[in-house]
Every structure is written in structure tokens, then in C-alpha cells.
Design a protein around this ligand. Structure first.
Ligand SMILES: [Zn+2]
Length: 662
């Protein structure tokens, strides 16, 4: 078997989503930027295994195993390295040249890429030459600095028919190669070829890994008979539906800020970067595609779409939002004042003003609801129903049920719409969509409906819509067990939580690293009896495993289910109250001994858990003895496992006793 070219191995590594790959073997749970789960390489009792999608690596903090997608598959499946690469390449639809013909094909693509690279060099050097003076003036007129021109590799295609053609032919490229690369065109009706780009400023388009794969070429005058931009056509190495302009230059900052800005044109991207807003990207003259959404999701989950005000609300824009939502991205929308685009805006008002607007951007939900309110869609009964359906339809695209619920709550609150009605509409919309990808979820009891909170004057039309919705809802109701209207929920109070569990959490959220280490060395989330405390401890552990630290304020920023949110808020309030209390009332009073509090709570939780586990094992042992379906050998095998478990519990017990005395 032939060896796999390094470029292909690298491409597979970059394109493979390590979270998806590992999720086939390990249940991973999101914790901030990273994912955690039980380590598949050792007998893991608590989640020690972390996956970092950004760097494409995994590591286990207990057994120390770590690596990339390939090492994971080799270690887990006992495959050879090439087997792992081939497996992933097949999944990603990346062809590996096996025989002679494929190898030639591969070589051909490499030659196309080389031709494009040479063309980019040619355009860049032409810009610096005398014939490039008009283009230099043009870029200067747009306010681009030399540094910017270099960073984006901007250039100039001379207004001549065969200059590039001749130059690249001299370098050994064939006409066929140059045509395939999209650089030259065949003359119609006679022999010969000519340059595709002439008399235009050149914007090289970089792939995410930084190689030039195509060009956007802008006219330098405002002649309406010429297209403003000419782009490289689809070629074997350039597919516009899979490329984002500026991503190569923006990706590190996008990761850092966990935010990307979508603008409309190449010049917008460049202007923003030059002004320091270096997280701007654009599609290359095409509508947003699922590939774009997947591409950006490797770097961030948050995007802000920025529109010239006259373009907002267009069908293409709306579809773009839908594509992004469907891929789980958080989408906000920012509008610019009339007559401004990002380029003109930032030159006039500067980066600070621009960033303020980014910070004030509104969620897609508010954006849509506001446009509809302005259009009067909420005022006429028949239009109101359609308007609500359209908004709820967008919410239904979001894969995360929890987020969907939050959006519905917000929509209900902001626009005084009955939440139950929205929930039903959502159920219907989700039901329609999930026919594409059926899921099996357990049926849930129908929640009791709260009184309709709609204002009296709106009751009539709401009633009409509600009737229509109810008629179509029942068969889909079972799809949404977790969508209970939040008005039914009473917030959690400390009184209903086991005191030792709440007490330990109060200490844990202070974030003392040694203390966290100590606590997690002795117990894990399963030892907690209340489902919310258990969930929060799991979250703290995951943060800690990921980052070797835990900061409560990080949690306050995360979206989570309402009960968990209650608990986090309680703990945050508690923390504030306690610290104010000490400093204000008694400066002499020493802070409580957190280690002692932690130890007391820890021992109580652990002992209770220990008792429960012993009891379970005893029950299982009893059942085992009376189980007639088991062969003697199986019975012995199971017993051995239980006795082993008892021995472990005894060890744990000794540890705890030492702890209690120490
Ligand atoms: Zn491990």
C-alpha cells in the first residue's frame, strides 16, 4: 500500500472535528470551550478526559494519555496510523490517491495551487511597479496602508491581455492548467487564450490554512457596464461555498474573542482589520451555506451579522440567519445607519464607536421581532399569527432545546405574547422539522397551562391563533418533554437542598485550587443526592479538569437550565453577602476556616453515599443468589465484581476516617 502524502494527512487533521470523532466512543459534555468525559483509556470514575476542539487535541489528567484525532483512533481501535487517516478521510470525503491516476489528479491540484500562488505574486509585484500606480492610488483612496496591502496580499492585474498568461507559461504551466485554475480564458471563435483579470485591483482569497486559492477582482472605475467584482470561478481547489474571506487573517482573534463578524464585502473586511477589528470575515459573493456555518463553528459559536441598513431584512439575509441557527451558532444582528457600510462607518466614526455597536447588537430574535413590529405585523390578527409563526420557526431551527426555551421566554416577555401559545407553536415547528431527522424522546405528561397572560385587548386574536395551533399540536407534543413553561417553576431555595451539599458548594465556588483538588480526590458528582447540586458539582469539576481552575463568574456567563441558574445565582449572592458581612461587621473576625467546613461537609456527603452504595450492593447480592437464570460461573463472576467494589468502598472509608481525624 502506498504511503499517504503529508499534505493530505494535514488536511484530514484540520478538517476532522475531534469532538465528533471522539464522541463516537466517549460521551462528551461541553464545558466552556472544551469538552470533557470519562477517559476511555483507563477505568475513570470521574471525568478526567478533556478534548480541545480548537487545538484538535485530547488529554487525560489521570492517566496522561493525549494526542490528536489519529492517535485517538490508533490507540482506541488498535489501528495503524494510515488506517486511522484513511478512516477519517473516507468520512470527510477526502480522496487519498491510491493508484497512478489518482496520484496524477492529486499532483494536478497541487499544480493549480502553485499557479494561483505565482499569479498572486505577479499581481502583488505589479502593484508595486509603475504600471500599478493607478491601483496604488485607488487603495490609498480607500485608506489602505502598506501594511494592510501586505497582510491581505493585495495586487493589481495590468490592463493587458496576455501578461499573466505569458509569464506563467514561461514558468512551465500549461494553458489547460491555467484555465482550470481560473486564471485564463479561451478565445471564442479563434485559437488562443487571454487573461481573465485585467485592469482590476486584486484581492487574493486565502483558504483557512493560509494558501491562496482564488481571487476577487474589483473594477477601479465606477463604469456600470463592468461588473464591480469578478471572482475566480469554481475550480478543483476553490469552492466559494466553502471559503470565508478574511478567515485566515481573523481566525486567531476570532478564537480569542469567541466572536466573528460577518460583513458583506472584501473592502469591509480589510477596513475593519486595519482599524483593529480583526474578527471580520465575509462570504465570497455567495449566500451563507451550511459549509460556511460548519467552517466558522470550528472557531467560535458566536457571530454578529452586520448589514448596510438597506440590505437588512432581505430574503437572502434571513436565509443566512437560518443556516447559522440550524448549525447551533448564536446569531446577533447589527445594523448601520442609513447610507453607511462598515468601511465608511469605521473611517468616519472609528473603531471604538464600531465596537460599541457590536456590543449592542441584538439577537436574531429581537431583530426579527422588531422588524415585524415596525412593519405592523403584530397589529393585524391574521398577520400576527404569521409573524409569530415565522419567528418561532426560526427558534425551532436551534438544535439546543434549552436555548429554544430561553428564546421563547424572552419573546413572550418582550412582546407580551402568551408563552404557552409560543411553546405550542414551537412544538409544531420542531415537529415539522424533525421529520427530516427523527429523534426518539420519551413522552412527557402534558403540563398544566397557566392563565393566559395576554392583555385583554389582544385576547381575541391570540385566541384565534391558539385554536389553530392546538389543532395541529397533539401528535408532536411528545417530542418536547423539556419545554415546560417556566411560569410553572418555583425558584430553588437553600432549604430544599441537603445542607452539606449546599455547604460544600459554598466553599467550592470560592475557587481555591488546592481545596478543589482535595475535594475531588475524595468524592465525585454521583455522591451528591440532589439533582441540581449534582449537576453543578459536575460542571465545576469539568471546568476544573479543563482549566485547572474554577471561577464562579465564568458560570454566570454561561447559558444553563433555569434550576441550575437559580443555584449559581444563590451561591453568587451568598458569596457577596458573606464577604460584606465580615468586613462591615467585624474587621477583627477571621474568615471562617474553609478547609474545616469543606472537610465536614465532604465527610457527611461521602458517608451518606457510602451507605447508599453498600445498601445497593447488598441488595444486588441478594438478588444474585435467588436469580435462577444465571449459570454458576456468571454468578461467581458477578459476585467477585461486587466484592471488589466492597473492597474499594472499604478503602474509601479508611481514607475518609483519616480525613475526619486529620
Ligand atoms: Zn485516562
Amino acid at each position: 500500500m502506498s504511503s499517504i502524502p503529508n499534505e493530505i494527512v494535514e488536511r484530514v487533521r484540520l478538517e476532522a472535528n475531534i469532538v465528533d470523532v471522539i464522541s463516537d466512543y466517549v460521551r462528551l459534555r461541553r464545558t466552556g470551550k472544551n469538552w470533557t468525559g470519562l477517559c476511555p483509556f483507563h477505568d475513570d470514575k470521574r471525568p478526567s478526559f478533556a478534548v480541545e476542539p480548537v487545538r484538535g487535541i485530547y488529554k487525560c489528567f489521570s492517566c496522561g494519555k493525549g494526542g490528536n484525532v489519529f492517535t485517538f483512533l490508533t490507540e482506541k481501535n488498535g489501528w495503524t496510523f494510515p488506517e486511522s487517516v484513511r478512516h477519517l478521510a473516507a468520512q470527510l470525503g477526502i480522496e487519498i490517491p491510491e493508484d497512478h491516476a489518482d496520484r496524477e489528479q492529486y499532483t494536478e491540484n497541487e499544480r493549480l495551487a502553485a499557479a494561483i500562488r505565482e499569479a498572486a505574486r505577479f499581481y502583488y509585484s505589479t502593484l508595486r511597479s509603475d504600471s500599478g500606480l493607478p491601483a496604488q492610488a485607488y487603495f490609498k483612496g480607500r485608506g489602505f496602508t502598506d501594511e494592510t496591502i501586505l497582510r491581505f496580499g493585495l495586487g493589481y492585474a495590468p490592463d493587458e491581455w496576455e501578461t499573466l498568461l505569458k509569464r506563467l507559461t514561461e514558468q512551465g504551466f500549461t494553458n489547460q492548467e491555467l484555465e482550470k485554475a481560473g486564471l485564463i480564458l479561451k478565445r471564442e471563435g479563434r485559437a488562443g487564450w487571454y487573461d481573465r483579470f485585467r485592469g482590476r485591483t486584486m484581492f487574493p482569497i486565502f483558504g483557512a490554512t493560509g494558501r491562496v486559492i482564488g481571487f476577487g477582482a474589483r473594477r477601479m472605475n465606477e463604469d456600470p457596464n463592468q461588473p464591480k467584482y469578478i471572482n475566480t470561478p469554481e475550480t478543483p481547489i476553490y469552492q466559494k461555498s466553502r471559503v470565508l474571506y478574511g478567515l485566515f487573517q481573523a481566525k486567531d482573534s476570532i478564537r480569542k474573542r469567541e466572536l466573528a463578524l460577518f460583513v458583506e464585502g472584501y473592502a469591509d473586511v480589510i477596513s475593519l482589520h486595519q482599524a483593529g477589528v480583526d474578527i471580520a470575515i465575509a462570504t465570497c459573493g455567495t449566500a451563507m451555506t451550511p459549509d460556511h456555518a460548519e467552517l466558522i463553528r470550528r472557531y467560535t459559536n458566536r457571530v454578529v451579522l452586520i448589514f448596510d441598513s438597506d440590505r437588512a431584512g432581505e430574503a437572502a439575509t434571513e436565509r443566512g440567519i437560518d443556516v447559522l441557527l440550524r448549525h447551533g451558532l448564536d446569531v446577533s444582528v447589527m445594523r448601520l445607519p442609513n447610507g453607511e457600510d462598515p468601511d465608511t462607518f469605521i473611517q468616519k466614526f472609528g473603531a471604538k464607536e464600531f465596537e460599541q455597536r457590536v456590543a449592542a447588537s441584538v439577537s436574531f430574535l429581537e431583530f426579527r421581532a422588531r422588524s415585524m413590529k415596525i412593519a405592523g405585523d403584530f397589529d393585524a390578527p391574521e398577520r400576527k399569527a404569521d409573524a409569530i409563526r415565522s419567528i418561532v420557526g426560526a427558534i425551532a431551527l436551534i438544535p439546543d432545546t434549552l436555548k429554544r426555551e430561553l428564546y421563547v421566554q424572552k419573546l413572550a416577555a418582550d412582546y407580551h405574547l402568551p408563552e404557552t401559545l409560543l411553546t405550542q407553536e414551537l412544538a409544531r415547528a420542531v415537529g415539522t422539522q424533525s421529520t427530516r431527522r427523527p429523534r426518539q424522546l420519551p413522552a412527557a405528561p402534558q403540563p398544566a397551562l397557566p392563565a393566559d397572560p395576554a392583555p385583554a385587548d389582544a385576547a381575541q386574536e391570540d385566541g384565534a391563533l391558539q385554536t389553530a395551533a392546538v389543532a395541529t399540536v397533539p401528535q408532536q407534543q411528545a417530542l418536547l418533554p423539556d419545554l415546560q413553561p417556566s411560569v410553572l417553576r418555583k425558584p430553588i431555595t437553600p432549604a430544599e437542598l441537603p445542607p452539606e451539599e449546599f455547604g460544600l458548594l459554598k466553599v467550592l465556588v470560592r475557587g481555591d485550587q488546592q481545596l478543589l483538588e482535595h475535594v475531588f480526590a475524595h468524592i465525585d458528582p454521583d455522591d451528591f443526592t440532589h439533582h441540581v447540586t449534582r449537576e453543578l458539582v459536575g460542571l465545576i469539576l469539568a471546568h476544573y479538569v479543563n482549566q485547572r481552575s474554577f471561577v464562579l463568574d465564568d458560570l454566570l456567563m454561561e447559558e444553563m437550565n433555569p434550576e441550575l441558574r437559580d443555584l449559581v445565582t444563590l451561591l453568587a449572592i451568598e458569596r457577596e453577602t458573606i464577604s460584606t458581612h465580615w468586613s462591615r461587621w467585624d474587621p477583627e473576625l477571621r474568615e471562617p476556616n474553609y478547609w474545616k467546613i469543606a472537610r465536614d461537609c465532604l465527610v457527611r456527603i461521602a458517608k451518606a453515599s457510602e451507605r447508599r452504595q453498600f445498601q445497593t450492593i447488598q441488595e444486588e447480592l441478594l438478588k444474585l443468589d435467588s436469580d435462577q437464570t444465571l449459570a454458576e460461573e456468571e454468578r461467581e463472576e458477578k459476585k467477585r465484581a461486587y466484592f471488589q467494589r466492597i473492597r474499594e468502598l472499604n478503602d474509601w472509608h479508611r481514607n475518609l476516617s483519616a480525613l475526619q481525624e486529620g
